[in-house]
Structure formats: structure tokens, C-alpha cells
Design a binder for this molecule. Structure first.
Ligand SMILES: [Zn+2]
Length: 544
């Protein structure tokens, strides 16, 4: 082989391998982008009506979609994933022409759609929904049974999308202002969904219908069904916005352990209201609902399958011992009420907005009850789980999320930024301010970056670029010179000039250095090492 050709191939092959890793289909674009058939209308309200039939694992029902016309458009995209199918779509009682393209349905509206007006379509559907393979990560419907042989059914669809079990506009940028959920189940079972239970109707065909109502905007994967023979109890929590109703649902067999374990809920609320501001859905209440899978941040009905024990299935993800003092699922999934349900990503590529802040919330919970040092140990301990395999931010417009580093590395990025702020009350105001400024909104990474830079007065853009958009961890390189050190940042993105606290020798008073990519000099007598404050997620290297 020609040597030049070989050289070119060696250069190109890794690029090709990288490109192959990300192959996206036409379906991914329909699912992941704001298509013209989505952009012209704005969700106002959903009424999901669904009948759940465990004996043949089918669903049937409809979604009424009420929307505001933003600009002219006569074709409307609705999503429903195979093997479920749309039976018909109606507007004002008239059936409409529908063209299916994979998991998307394009509805031709005959009535002129006038900007400013509110219209509605009803999408009827039926079939056997995809069965979850490894919920909640590989989701769908979970058809299981409790120890006594009763049906125990749930939905989990983050990433996969709500259209795996009900027809909707399956993109995160748009949320309805409110939603009704009417679920019909066999009469010996009950359904727990989102918001508040308004009515239970006993039907003549040995079924019951549970009517739930959510008065706040809700993201599509936050909507859920939980069906089983539940015991129910409740209490009231006196929070920042007044009385908040807490409702708990556990299988009858587990009710004693659940009643003990769920006592952590008011503790969680106290810590998170302190750090993040009021629970964002007082009107809908808070529920904790037992499920046959580990758990998920379903809005106002957080789901729980952590076996009523502390830690993450009994393990401490931080390897420090602090994670065994509280229930990971109660703390983490509820933390998402602020970061995921209150502040929601527009595109799943920005999923760090949910997971980095919520991973970080675990250490703030630890700090609230066990002190600042304990919280710091927790978040630093989580670094052992970081992979630095791919950037945290995924690829936009194709329903692609980035590296699982969005959890532990994202948490450590936030902990590092807290060091830069250097003032705990300012930092807490930034966290509370995020929840106030972006209250019930869908957002982009840029909005969060800009807000945090403005509120802290720090030039955080290169810091976000470093940790969210590259896999490189900054290295503080230093070398002893006569009467001191020279130091600089390496392995970093252009413009990275993050200040860092160091001491000379192994311990001692810490002071701030302001390294850049260029060598700078620090005067220090009789010392040969620099030690970085462990709260910063950076590395150091002594050059000779
Ligand atoms: Zn999470």
C-alpha cells in the first residue's frame, strides 16, 4: 500500500469509527426534532383516557389534544410507537386523513387553523404496547404480579418516550398547561397517576375508572400509570408555600416497611426546599408510589422500588458510607421534582440539566443533615464512577443523550463551580434562583450557563465547555524553580483559566492561583510540591 494512503487511512479510520457509533435514522429525526408539523401549534391540554387490560396486555383509548395555533399549518404530527396503532383522528367529530411514517402520524386538518385560536383533535388508539425489558432504563409497560398473585403494572418511558404507551406530541420542548388522566382497570385494582384523584367510578363491566388531574405543566415522560392492590396513607407537610399533601401508596404486604422508610420524605422536602426553594407542585401534591422497578421521577407521583432500604439497592454510590444513611430513590427521584420536572430540558442532549443537578442534590441532602464536610466527601467519592468516555452533552435533534457522566461528573462540576463562587449564601441563591427564573419551563444548556454566569459574576463558559463538551479533565501542571514554582493548565479547552485553590507542601493554608495555559510563577521557599484543594475536580502533575 502506498505510504501516503496508509497515513491518510490511519488518520481517517478513528473518525469513521466515531461516525459509525452515531448513526441516526429518519425515525430519530421525527422523534427528536421540532418538525414543521410540530412547530406551528402549542400544547394547551391533554386528556388521556386509557383502558388497561392485563389479561391480554393491551391498552385502548384516546388522547384529546387541545392546542393553540401559533402560525398557519394544516398538517399536525402526533406520535405513537409501534406496535400500538392509531385507529382514527377526529376534529369537531369529523374523521381526518392520517399518513403514518414509522412512529409518527401526520394528520391533515380540513378546518382552517387560525393563529391565536384554540383547537382540539382526538386520537384513538389500541394495541399491545412494548413490554419494558429493563425498566426504567429500557422502558415500556411492566406487567408483573405481587406476592399474592395480583397484577402489579407500571409504565416507565424516559428516553424511549411517552408515545410508547399513549399518543402525544413526543418532544420535550412543549408541555401542556394541565392534563387529565382517566384510567380504567379491573375492579380489584387501583391506578395511581399524576396530580390529584378527582373521582373513582365503578363501571358495570367489573372495572373501575380513576380520574386524575394535573393542574401544572407536565413533561411527557413524567406521566405514568401505577396499577396494583395498594394501601394508601397520607400526611400534611408544612412547607415554604404552606400545607403540602403527601400521599403514599405501597402494596399491602409491604405497608409496615414502607410506613417506616417513607418517613424520609418530609426530611427530603425540608433539605430541598432549603437549597432549591419551594416544592414546585403544591397544587398537585406529592406522592410516593411503590413500583415493580427501581424508580423514576414521575411528576408529583415519584415511583419507588428500592426495597425499603437505604442506599441504592443497599449500596453506597459514593463509597464513603454517607450514602447508606438515606434512601437513594427517595432522595434522588424526588430531587428531580426541581431539576427535571420544574426545570426541564428541551432536548434530551441536555439531560445533564436533570441528572447533574440531581446527583448534586444528593450531596446537598447529605450536607444539610450531616455537615458540609460529609456532603463534600459524598460528591468527591462519586468521582470513582466517572468514565470520561464521551461528552456529557449528547447530539441535538435526534433524541440522543450524552455520557452517563452527566451524573457524577456533572455533580462534581457543580461542586467545583461552588468553590469558584466561594460564598455559600450566593451559591444557594443561584440554585433557588434557577428554580424561580425557569419555573415550570423547558430550557436549553445555554440558558442555564448564561444564568449561572450572570448570577455568579464569573466567566463560566470555558468551565462548562471543559466539563460538558469535552472528556478531558484539566491538569494543573507545575515545576519547581528557584524560590518557587511555575504552573499552568494543560489538557484543557481554549480559554480555560479557572482559578484553583492550592497549598504548598502536603497541607497548610490554601490560597487561590489563577492559572492559564501559559506558565506563571509562584514564589514559595523550600517546597517541592503543590497540593490542590480536593473539592476541585481537576488533576495535578509535577513536570520535571
Ligand atoms: Zn435521575
Amino acid at each position: 500500500m502506498n505510504r501516503l494512503l496508509l497515513f491518510v487511512l490511519l488518520l481517517v479510520l478513528p473518525v469513521l469509527a466515531q461516525a459509525q457509533k452515531y448513526e441516526f435514522t429518519h425515525d430519530d429525526t421525527l422523534r427528536g426534532s421540532i418538525t414543521p408539523e410540530r412547530a406551528w401549534w402549542d400544547l394547551a391540554f391533554y386528556h388521556l383516557t386509557v383502558r388497561v387490560q392485563p389479561t391480554d396486555s393491551t391498552l385502548s383509548g384516546s388522547t384529546l389534544i387541545r392546542y393553540r395555533v401559533l402560525k398557519p399549518g394544516q398538517t399536525l404530527q402526533v406520535d405513537l410507537q409501534r406496535p400500538l396503532r392509531v385507529l382514527r383522528v377526529e376534529q369537531d367529530g369529523k374523521s381526518l386523513a392520517v399518513r403514518q411514517d414509522g412512529n409518527a402520524y401526520f394528520v391533515t386538518l380540513t378546518k382552517p387553523q387560525k393563529p391565536g385560536q384554540t383547537e382540539a383533535v382526538t386520537v384513538h388508539y389500541a394495541g399491545k404496547p412494548r413490554v419494558a425489558k429493563r425498566p426504567p432504563w429500557d422502558g415500556g409497560l411492566v406487567w408483573s404480579r405481587d406476592k399474592s398473585g395480583n397484577w402489579f403494572i407500571a409504565t416507565a418511558c424516559q428516553g424511549l418516550g411517552a408515545s410508547a404507551w399513549w399518543p402525544c406530541k413526543d418532544h420535550m420542548y412543549d408541555e401542556p398547561d394541565s392534563m387529565a388522566i382517566s384510567v380504567t382497570v379491573p375492579e380489584d385494582l387501583m391506578d395511581v397517576s399524576n396530580g390529584r384523584l378527582r373521582r373513582v367510578t365503578t363501571n358495570s363491566d367489573h372495572t373501575r375508572t380513576f380520574d386524575w388531574y394535573v393542574v401544572n405543566p407536565i413533561n411527557n415522560y413524567g406521566v405514568n400509570l401505577n396499577i396494583g392492590r395498594y394501601d394508601h396513607w397520607s400526611e400534611e407537610y408544612n412547607g415554604e408555600k404552606g400545607p403540602l399533601s403527601l400521599n403514599y401508596y405501597a402494596l399491602s404486604d409491604h405497608v409496615d416497611s414502607a410506613r417506616t422508610q417513607f418517613k424520609q420524605v418530609p426530611k427530603m422536602l425540608k433539605a430541598f426546599e432549603y437549597w432549591f426553594g419551594p416544592y414546585p407542585f403544591y397544587e398537585d401534591g406529592y406522592k410516593l408510589v411503590e413500583t415493580p422497578y427501581l424508580g423514576m421521577e414521575h411528576q408529583s407521583s415519584v415511583t419507588y422500588g428500592n426495597h425499603f432500604q437505604n442506599g441504592y439497592l443497599g449500596r453506597d454510590l459514593s463509597h464513603t458510607g454517607w450514602g447508606l444513611l438515606w434512601d437513594f430513590i427517595i432522595v434522588h427521584e424526588s430531587g428531580h421534582e426541581w431539576f427535571a420536572n420544574n426545570i426541564t430540558y428541551k432536548d434530551v442532549a441536555d439531560m445533564w440539566i436533570h441528572e447533574s443537578f440531581t446527583n448534586y442534590s444528593e450531596n446537598l441532602f447529605t450536607e444539610y443533615y450531616y455537615g458540609k464536610e460529609a456532603g463534600a466527601q459524598y460528591v468527591i467519592g462519586c468521582r470513582a464512577n466517572i468514565r470520561n468516555d464521551q461528552p456529557i452533552i449528547g447530539i441535538y435533534n435526534v433524541n440522543h443523550s450524552g455520557s452517563s457522566d452527566m451524573y457524577y461528573k456533572g455533580g462534581n462540576m457543580l461542586h467545583t463551580i461552588r468553590q469558584l463562587v466561594g460564598n455559600d449564601s450566593t451559591w444557594r441563591q443561584v440554585l433557588r434562583g434557577l428554580n424561580k427564573t425557569f419555573y415550570h419551563q423547558t430550557v436549553t444548556t445555554n440558558q442555564i450557563e448564561q444564568y449561572m454566569s450572570q448570577q455568579t459574576g464569573l466567566a463560566l463558559k470555558p468551565v462548562f465547555d471543559q466539563y460538558l463538551r469535552s472528556t478531558k479533565i484539566p491538569v494543573l501542571e507545575y515545576r519547581p524553580v528557584a524560590n518557587g514554582f511555575q504552573y499552568r493548565w494543560t489538557n484543557c479547552v481554549a480559554g480555560f483559566a479557572m482559578p484553583v485553590r492550592v497549598c504548598t507542601g502536603e497541607s497548610g493554608p490554601y490560597y487561590e492561583l489563577k492559572p492559564t495555559a501559559q506558565w506563571k510563577t509562584l514564589a514559595a521557599k523550600n517546597e517541592t510540591t503543590l497540593t490542590i484543594d480536593a473539592n476541585y475536580y481537576v488533576l495535578s502533575k509535577r513536570a520535571e
